[in-house]
Structures are given as structure tokens and as C-alpha cells.
Design a protein around this ligand. Structure first.
Ligand SMILES: Nc1ncnc2c1ncn2[C@@H]1O[C@H](COP(=O)(O)OP(=O)(O)O)[C@@H](O)[C@H]1O
Ligand SMILES: [Mg+2]
Length: 371
């Protein structure tokens, strides 16, 4: 049985946390800006250029917020760290600017990201705290900040490692599954689970971000057949997505499971399964070819537990009919073993033994960073 009580408790805890964090802020003001603002999107990664843009098109920003530094960007968002101008509020936030102007290929407003994400209250899903329209196409949102950034950055820039220990991967795997379980129960697929769309906050709590590819299937029956386009990110895309297969709503939840599987495989070994590391993410035909001849293997020179190997095999299973669904993944012995670590985390206190023992051997700077 899935622990529903635990799920509800997490929702309650998250609500309480967010009440404390709530930004005191007026509702969104829709400015009378032109819909086509010609701007070099790339330049907005520079703080002074972003400030210039905001001064021109959203001057209200500065009455309430202050930009601190550029964090990262993806195909839809340019993300900054920032805070409120309220001196009593020391909290830092993430500001995601979705500015499509001048980018003809990608100029449709993706409010559905906000619509799909804002109603979610789960400790492992990044909470959107406010949303502002700049014009009909462009907008920004304010959300919880993942202090350690996304797990790709965490791995490469912060830990300076290609892969993590099995226990660390285990520590990250369960919260992703719990967040997916929560989303799927609310009839929402994320559709772009990957290292870059998962952040870690200052307490090493994991948060799923980026609902720009998410798909809400409210109103569909479980046996409703759906054909998805190639949505998501190259090597994380499930074979049924790459092959544009028709798939029932009930089975479509396994698309997120596959991407989750690729993510944790990478975290454990620093490479993708099925030889996908040899090709680029955008080479869809080559990815399909690799998957057609796929054989599940653990890279040489790695020793992992049999339980982990079995779990991995079931989550990156090519055939979605055989692949684990979310309930099976949460019930797997490798995942259930995590509770022992979770208990230990609660007993020892996060800043002390638990996390430090888990990772400090590999990152001498960790203790310094946590001060
Ligand atoms: N809440 C956050 N905390 C920390 N970093 C974030 C946060 N949101 C986004 N980022 C960083 O910005 C990048 C782009 O944001 P994302 O929401 O994934 O946009 P896109 O839709 O363009 O991929 C992420 O990969 C991550 O590195
Ligand atoms: Mg992203």
C-alpha cells in the first residue's frame, strides 16, 4: 500500500512552510506593454541587461523585488536569484523570466506551466509563490529557491564528480517518486524529468521544477488513448514518446518513470544507459536506433547492490507494458529501504551527521558551504 497518510502529511507541512515564506505582494498587474518586444533574449542573462529590460517594461518589479544574480536558463526560462525589498524578509527566491519576444520559434506564452504548477503543494515540488504578466507573451514567476541549484550543477560544479554513491542516489530517488505519485494522482504528467529540472534546497530537500512541458489530463478516462508528440528532452524521452506511439492515459504515467530512471542511472554512473552517452541529445533518429537494440547493462567497474540493479532495470525498461508503474516503483525493496535513512535523518538533524556523512567524504568544501 502507498502511504497516503504520509502524502497528506507532506502536503500539510508544505502548506505551513509556504505560509511562513509567503511573499507579501499585490496581485499581478498586467502592463500595457506591446506584445512584440524586440529583445535579445541571450543578453538578458546579464544582470544589468535584465534590470534595464525590467525598468522599461515592468518598473513595478523594483518596488517589490531586487535581483541578485543570474542562476541558469533553459529553453523557456531565464532564472535569477532575488529577494523582496521588504527588509524584514531575508528569504531568497527564484525568479523565472519567460521572455519569448524576438524568438520567433518559441513565442507562445506557456501559462500552462503556471496553471499546472501553482495548485501543487508538496514538499518535493517547487512552490510557485507569485506570477506576473509582462505582456500577452512574456511573464515571470517567483518561487522557492533551490540553493544548491539543479542536480546537474550540483554534481558537476559543486561536487565536481561524475556520479554519486548508491546511498546518495537512493536518498534522491524516493522524493522524486513521491512527487510523481502526488502529481499523477492529480492527473498531471511532468513530461520532462531530468537532472536539470530537479533542484536541491539549503536543507538538501529535493524539489521538482519546470512544468513547461507538463500535461494535465483532467477529464480523460484512464483508457483514453493519447498520442504525444516528441515532448521532453532527447535521451530522457521514453521510447513510446520517441516512436509517437498511442498510449492509454493509465500507461502514460510510465513516461515519467522512464525519465526518472534515466536520471538516476546517470546519477549513479555518470553516463546514460543503452549507449546513449555516445550520441547527442537532439539526435532523435540515433536515439531510436540505440533503443531498438537496447540491452540493459551496468557500466564496468561499478559495484552496486543487486536490489539497485533490479530497480534500475525495471524503471528504464524499454517496453512500457513491462516497465514499473509508480506504485511498483514506490513498493520496490530498494526504495523502501530508504526509510531507514530517512529515520536517521530525522533523528540526527539534517545539518549534522546525516547529510555530512552521506557526502562530505567527497566534497571537502561542503562543511564550509553549509556555514
Ligand atoms: N527554483 C529554482 N531554484 C534554483 N534553480 C532554479 C530554480 N528554477 C530554475 N532553476 C535553474 O534554472 C534552470 C532553468 O529553469 P527551468 O524552470 O528548468 O526552465 P526551462 O523551462 O527553460 O528549462 C534550471 O535548470 C535550474 O538550473
Ligand atoms: Mg528546465
Amino acid at each position: 500500500m502507498i502511504d497516503e497518510k504520509n502524502d497528506e502529511l507532506k502536503i500539510k507541512q508544505t502548506k505551513e512552510i509556504n505560509e511562513q515564506k509567503q511573499i507579501v505582494q499585490k496581485p499581478s498587474i498586467i502592463n500595457n506593454n506591446p506584445t512584440e518586444i524586440e529583445v535579445d533574449r541571450e543578453s538578458l542573462k546579464k544582470k544589468d541587461k535584465m534590470e534595464e529590460y525590467l525598468k522599461k517594461y515592468y518598473p513595478n518589479f523594483f518596488a517589490n523585488f531586487e535581483l541578485l544574480e543570474y542562476i541558469e536558463s533553459g529553453s523557456t526560462g531565464i532564472v535569477y536569484k532575488g529577494k523582496t525589498t521588504n527588509a524584514g524578509n531575508k528569504q531568497l527566491y527564484s525568479f523565472k523570466f519567460c521572455i519569448h519576444s524576438g524568438d520567433k520559434k518559441n513565442n507562445k506564452a506557456k501559462y500552462h506551466e503556471i496553471v499546472n504548477q501553482k495548485g501543487l503543494h508538496h514538499i518535493n515540488i517547487c512552490q510557485i509563490l507569485a506570477f506576473y504578466k509582462i505582456n500577452d507573451k512574456d511573464f515571470f514567476s517567483v518561487s522557492e529557491l533551490g540553493k544548491f541549484g539543479d542536480i546537474d550543477n550540483f554534481l558537476h560544479k559543486f561536487m565536481r564528480r561524475r556520479y554519486l554513491s548508491e546511498s546518495f542516489v537512493n536518498y534522491l530517488a524516493k522524493p522524486i517518486l513521491e512527487a510523481l505519485f502526488y502529481m499523477h494522482k492529480r492527473k498531471l504528467f511532468h513530461m520532462d524529468i531530468k537532472k536539470g529540472n530537479i533542484v536541491l534546497d539549503s536543507e538538501m530537500e529535493l524539489k521538482i521544477i519546470d512544468f513547461s512541458s507538463s500535461f494535465s489530463y483532467q477529464g480523460y478516462a484512464p483508457d483514453h488513448e493519447l498520442k504525444f508528440g516528441r515532448i521532453g528532452t532527447g535521451r530522457y524521452m521514453a521510447p513510446e514518446i520517441l516512436n509517437k506511439a498511442s498510449i492509454s492515459m493509465k500507461e502514460a504515467q510510465k513516461i515519467d518513470i522512464y525519465s526518472f530512471g534515466i536520471t538516476i542511472y546517470y546519477l549513479a554512473f555518470g553516463c546514460y544507459p543503452y549507449g546513449l552517452s555516445e550520441i547527442k541529445g537532439g539526435e532523435y533518429d540515433k536515439i531510436v536506433e540505440k533503443l531498438n537494440n537496447a540491452k540493459f547493462e551496468i557500466p564496468k567497474d561499478f559495484e552496486i547492490s543487486k536490489k539497485f540493479e533490479n530497480f534500475l532495470k525495471n524503471v528504464v525498461e524499454i517496453d512500457y507494458k513491462k516497465r514499473y508503474n509508480i506504485e511498483q516503483a514506490l513498493e520496490d525493496p530498494w526504495i523502501k529501504g530508504w526509510d531507514i535513512i530517512a529515520e536517521e535523518k530525522e533523528n540526527t538533524g539534517i545539518q549534522e551527521n546525516f547529510i555530512i556523512r552521506l557526502i562530505s567524504d567527497n566534497i571537502p568544501k561542503f562543511n564550509e558551504y553549509m556555514k
